[in-house]
Design a protein around this ligand. Structure first.
Ligand code: TXA
Ligand code: MG
Length: 321
């Protein structure tokens, strides 16, 4: 059975033995394996029931030299690493030929996604292990991501890997993914708290383009992050009145102030993007575990800074027609 642990020596030894280990990061919990151990990496796909063509993010320690794995690092990418690592930013680079990283990690692609997480325990773990680890979010494929050790325990009740307890994730949604394979400009493939406005505002000529989907980012599936209960989203909370027939037992997750029908079955997100992101998966999980039979989510404003959350809501739920 799975167990929550706080002993870092045990955690390092588990990874060294080729076992899986759930780890805390500042974004969400990850299900980790030694990136250089192909058999260990395969276990991630089996455990999550994740299609093998979905590449994994490689997590590295502070100030590790990435030139041992990748080539053609653009100068803007060097700047981004300086500014945001350790932190919630993943960069995609061209993989070096004859790299020690197995095809299982990259899904057979010639690129690799890398990030340096900022959670203290995971940085210490990487430091002690001395090798990179791969870690997708520690949830069954397509389901809601975990932001506490207990969430991971809940989602994998029949598995037998340890879960390092690092408390609640301080960011709460996944890292921003940036394609850094073009020498002149980058492209956001998955939105996170580091958004386009923030990147474009940086000094040093970082040109960030819209995602034109020129490279495959399998995380951009139409459905993802889905709760078990049916979920719908509304662009305009005023439409809530049109749904009165199913409202009495629906859980309402909303941003604007509304007169809620059922005081027990609702949660209003805080006004800032940062605080809403912190609460997002946490509250989606509570709604999923409540006695409600439907989850209704209000869309936040249609602006740059809310894009990561809007994207997650669209994938987690269906539009209310
Ligand atoms: O915050 C995060 O990034 C978390 C924590 C645990 O670090 N990890 C995470 O991993 O969200 P995962 O596997 O759930 O999402 C990684 C995404 C997937 O959509 C995958 O397809 C994409 O990254 N990805 C990985 N390598 C890629 C590559 N070489 N090219 C394009 N997309 C890639
Ligand atoms: Mg995920």
């Amino acid at each position: 059975m799975n167990r929550i642990i706080s002993n870092l020596d045990l955690a390092v030894s588990e990874l060294s033995k080729g076992h899986l280990l759930a780890i805390p990061t500042e974004t969400v919990y990850g299900l980790a394996a030694d990136a250089t151990n192909e058999e260990a990496v395969k276990k991630i796909f089996l455990t999550k029931a994740r299609p093998i063509n979905h590449p994994l993010i490689m997590h590295i320690g502070r100030d590790w030299n990435i030139e041992q794995w990748v080539t053609d690092i653009p100068s803007y990418a060097k700047k981004l690493m300086q500014l945001f690592w350790p932190g919630p930013l993943t960069l995609i680079f061209n993989l070096k030929t004859n790299s020690v990283i197995s095809d299982v990690v990259t899904g057979g692609q010639c690129t690799i996604a890398i990030r340096c997480p900022s959670h203290r325990l995971t940085l210490e773990l990487l430091n002690q292990l001395g090798k990179p680890i791969v870690a997708p979010s520690a949830n069954p494929f397509g389901k809601v991501s975990p932001t506490t050790a207990e969430h991971v325990l809940h989602d994998f009740p029949k598995h037998s890997f340890y879960i390092v307890d690092g408390g609640r994730c301080e960011i709460g949604i996944e890292s921003t993914i940036i394609d850094a394979t073009n020498p002149h400009h980058c492209q956001i493939l998955r939105d996170g708290l580091i958004d386009k406005a923030r990147l474009n505002a940086l000094k040093g000529d970082i040109i960030c383009l819209e995602n034109t989907k020129t490279i495959r980012a399998p995380g951009q599936l139409k459905t993802h992050y889905q709760p078990h209960k049916p979920a719908i989203y509304l662009n305009d909370i005023k439409n809530i009145h049109q749904l009165t027939h199913c409202l009495s037992n629906a859980f309402l997750l909303h941003f604007s102030t509304v007169d809620v029908v059922n005081k027990e079955l609702h949660y209003q997100f805080p006004p800032s993007v940062k605080h809403s992101a912190y609460e997002f998966y946490h509250r989606l999980r509570s709604a999923d575990e409540s006695k409600a039979d439907l989850i209704i989510i209000e869309m936040p404003p249609d602006s740059f800074e809310w894009k990561a959350l809007r994207d997650k809501i669209i994938k987690a739920s269906a539009p209310a027609e």
